[in-house]
Write a protein that binds this ligand. Sequence first.
Ligand code: 48F
Length: 259
Amino acid sequence: MIEKNVSQGIISTYFSKLEKNLELDVAIVGGGPSGIVAAYYLAKAGKKVALFDRKISPGGGMWGGAMMFNQIVVQKEALDIIKEFDINYEQYNDDLFVMDSVESTSALLYKAVHAGATVFNCYSVEDVVFKDDKVSGVVVNWTPVLREGLHVDPLNIMAKCVVDGTGHDSEMCKTVARKNGIRLATDTGDVIGERSLDVVTGENEVVNGTKEIYPGLYVCGMAASAVSGTPRMGPIFGGMLLSGKKVAELILERQMAKD
Ligand code: 48F
């Protein structure tokens, strides 16, 4: 009966997908532009990578452009990434290029999944697995469970490393510092909090701040700015794309050295 087969097809393939992703090379928390770009480059390099986003539509702050004017701006340093994702662009001046934010966000997501990354939407990462003084996985629950405040335990997913791509809130870094009495690799040992807007410094520093912030925990995108206390940059997205690519490269170097 087709009615039963439709349900069975969804359930059996979904749970097989979940089971295959219980032990990962990389768990990415947050599907904003930086996290998605990281997922793409890691998957393309053959890593087993899953990305978790609490919303039904990953993409973070990229869909809305600026003030819901659905265009985004990228500086020329990041144009190669735009080309890699086959996104159409218009040259605005010598340094800046403009794209449709909906095309851009959907292209990032499509290419990441097509390259082999698995996206779990409606998953909130509420904690990490912290073993032998190292971040070793993520603790996930359904977003609706958390929103309703239901007393339901989460599931654990192991990973060789975890990427905090949660944006302005830098939730994973905050959680790891608060719960485990450790110092992050920042000036204060804690999440410093982002500074007010400065495009040039913000764009440079988001890439500089992309790093392993604690053993097993990497940070990219706005979360990297927030953790290290550097300025926000507003609706220019080159830094986010470059940060996602850089975190993937750092992880690949590290994992290749260990393998
Ligand atoms: O904030 P966000 O878009 O991340 P980003 O890659 O990009 C920032 C820009 O969009 C923009 C900017 C540009 O220049 O300043 O703000 O740093 O996306 C973060 C994603 O993380 C998800 C959230 O739903 C969003 O899609 N997220 C946040 N916390 C969690 C989470 C969590 N605990 N579990 C799962 N997903």
